[in-house]
Design a protein around this ligand. Structure first.
Ligand code: AMP
Ligand code: GLY
Length: 430
């Protein structure tokens, strides 16, 4: 069969790479894909970004299954539209995607269903928000309500920073935080301490199948310093997610979420990603929900997956009433996978495009370089986005996976290349 992956980042390259390994898959199309997916002859890029045009293309080309990578098309209702036209698609409906696309929705949902999360309050009136900040004090966290491509969260260590964040996020038209033409809102919440992990599961509307655990590094610089980014590297498994923490996350966060969505009449299908804060006692709180896979977490997770990915996504998109994901078990490579992101000059504020990329090592059994912000320009591979590549290695320990990944990183060159030298440091045993 022919399948389609929507998106063009590192996450989508990894999803497509894994799908292409299925003997049932003839061709994986990506819309729009990137320079790396253009170079792989099992994959094919489609220069289509309009979702209605893509849906008609998928109908015409008898696409058997579509997987949606990024949150944008999900929040815009691509799954509803593909389904309405009889296409098989894995992802949440527009209503279910609000778990990610509206912080106010997801916080109210968690409160209603008793899912552990930071205490919070929602404001659209700046004066009330400022007064609340004065009453609670710093450190405190200010979040824009709508999708903000990673720029909507300010972890403020001083009240001055928190006040500035409120002004910025609630100022008229200054910031795209108003969901679908609504009023701009901010969520102000309690600052949580601990270590973060990404807990990602597949849902078919009823059953839940957890993926391998993972952790990413959101800060730009070594030692988790500097500005927040989409993610500078990730690894799987995440040792912080012990079997006890895993059981707790399933019991207290994931299952009540899936049941709660069902009860609220908006069953969740697709990838559900809970960003967890795990404290010293192993208690978990939900920082956020994403309704998609993580990027770059997908890259190490896919590198470890042994089960036929088409079979899994096929089961996950069975009609209601079928077995779905109920009887499925995933097989994982026992090794650690670790991915180091190579970012463009100027990332995250103003990434530069057009730098020629050289020295990407060929794929081996323990190394694969997933592309993100790359393009082919007159046959030359160039940077075209903030996060350019994710160099992903497999080895018997975090330390060895680090060594293997960085050995490959040092072969790759482009002007302005930025990367962290310590991906996985929290998981390296002394
Ligand atoms: P979010 O998009 O809500 O996950 O926020 C992005 C990042 O901000 C998270 O990955 C955390 O590092 C940080 N963050 C968000 N909420 C909190 C909180 N309540 N306490 C501490 N850090 C937070
Ligand atoms: N790596 C974090 C995310 O995908 O949101």
């Amino acid at each position: 069969m022919n399948v389609l992956v929507i998106g063009g980042g590192g996450r989508e390259h990894a999803l497509a790479w894994k799908l292409a390994q299925s003997p049932k898959v003839q061709r994986v199309y990506l819309a729009p894909g990137n320079g790396g997916t253009a170079l792989d002859d099992r994959l094919k890029n489609l220069p289509i970004t309009d979702m209605a045009v893509l849906r008609d293309w998928a109908l015409e080309h008898k696409i058997a299954l579509t997987v949606v990578g990024p949150e944008g098309p999900l929040a815009a209702g691509v799954v509803d539209d593909f389904r309405a036209h009889g296409l098989r698609v894995f992802g949440p409906t527009q209503a279910a995607a609000q778990l990610e696309s509206s912080k106010a929705f997801s916080k109210a949902f968690m409160q209603r269903h008793g899912i552990p999360t930071a205490h919070f309050a929602v404001f659209s009136d700046p004066a009330a928000a400022h007064a609340h900040l004065e009453a609670t004090g710093a450190p405190i966290v200010v979040k824009a309500d709508g999708l903000a491509a990673g720029k909507g969260v300010v972890v403020a260590s001083t009240l001055a920073e928190a006040h500035a964040a409120v002004d910025f996020m609630l100022a008229d038209g200054a910031f795209g935080s108003a969901p679908a033409g609504g009023e701009a809102r901010v969520v102000i919440e309690e600052f949580l301490q601990g270590e973060e992990a990404s807990f990602i599961v597949l849902c078919d509307g009823k059953n839940v199948l957890p993926l391998a655990t993972s952790q990413d590094h959101k800060r730009l610089q070594d030692g988790d310093a500097g500005p927040n980014t989409g993610g500078m590297g990730a690894y799987s498994p995440a040792p912080i997610v012990t079997p006890e923490v895993h059981a707790r996350a399933m019991r207290e966060v994931i299952l009540p979420t899936v049941r709660g969505m069902e009860k609220d009449g908006i069953p969740f299908t697709g990838f559900l990603y809970a960003g967890l804060m795990i404290d010293a006692q192993g208690k978990v709180k939900t920082l956020e929900f994403n309704c998609r896979m993580g990027d770059p977490e997908t890259q190490p997770i896919m590198a470890r997956l042994k089960t036929d990915w088409l079979d899994v996504l096929w089961a996950a998109t069975e009609p209601v009433g079928a077995a779905g994901l109920a009887d499925l078990e995933l097989q994982w490579d026992r090794r650690t996978a670790l991915g180091v992101v190579l970012a463009a000059h100027g990332y995250p504020q103003t990434p530069r495009a057009g730098d020629a990329i050289q020295g990407i090592p060929t794929e081996t059994e323990d190394l694969v370089v997933f592309h993100a912000g790359t393009r082919l320009h007159d046959g030359v591979l160039q940077t075209s986005g903030g996060r350019v590549l994710c160099v992903t290695a497999l080895a018997d320990s975090v330390r060895l996976a680090q060594a293997r990944a960085y050995e490959a990183v040092h072969q790759i060159q482009f002007d302005g290349m930025q990367f962290r030298t310590d991906i996985g440091f929290r998981a390296v045993k002394a």
